[in-house]
Design a protein around this ligand. Sequence first.
Ligand code: PYC
Length: 308
Amino acid sequence: MDSHTAGEPTRVVVAGGPDLGRGSLAERRAHFRDGFDAFRSAVVNEPRGSDVLVGALLVEPTDARCAAGVIFFNNVGVLHMCGHGAIGVAVTLAHLGRIKPGKHFLETSAGVVGVELDNTNKAIIDNVSSFRHAANVCVPVEGHGVVTGDVAWGGNWFFLVNDHGQSLELGNVDKLTEFTWRIRQALEEHRIRGKDGGQIDHIELFGPPRESKNDSRNFVLCPGKAYDRSPCGTGTSAKLACLYADGKLREGQVWRQESIVGSVFEGTVRINDGQIIPRIRGRAYVTAEATLLFDPEDPFRDGIRVLA
Ligand code: PYC
């Protein structure tokens, strides 16, 4: 089932996925990553998909509260969490009649995520606890001098940059991609990582919004060099955690994050036992129901694999 959330596509695999056993979601994600890379690539990469498509494999949850377990993946590997994808999964499950409007939970390898669904394609995600790991980290970036940003977790690792001198316009995507890719390479080169050595594989730039009712516009580079068409659920969560840490956002205050294509997620935070829990509201639309065919004679049966 295909959908898009704020312009960013999600392909939910509802049947026919590999048997990943009965371990935790983190163990099954690792099993999927290590043992079924051809399946991952076949589902999301060309010729059936594209670099921008995020896959969501439905699996049995271990937590009985959850409507489904989900393993998110993209053109180069697996993700821990995906905010636009979780909204897409919720709307897809409703389309399939598997859940009704109301409150539900999804189990991911990053933790259990709440989803509140209405009947107008809107969903609110109660994301995993998010936090800023390091503020004002300086990294020399080839051709751009020293770039300063924050390292934060929103379900994936992000490097968030406010001061960059770039114009966040759709017509400037090639330059933005090249700039953010260099930042990512520089972070790796200088061994700048998240907590426990987590690789920072998402780079996020911020600038003024185009619409005055929004608070900010962003450009998010995803791990496989595609840019997020949505404001990025985990990226907005990382941003909210930084704003809260800086005293620039109060509990419950709405932050409207505009994407590079002009779509919007509304975010708030609530504090639970001292932890920052971002809530992200967005809309998804189902775009296709399909059966993927894998012809053994097809030389590109497993997709055209992209190397990160
Ligand atoms: O919405 O969290 C998100 C996301 C991550 C990568 C693409 N979208």
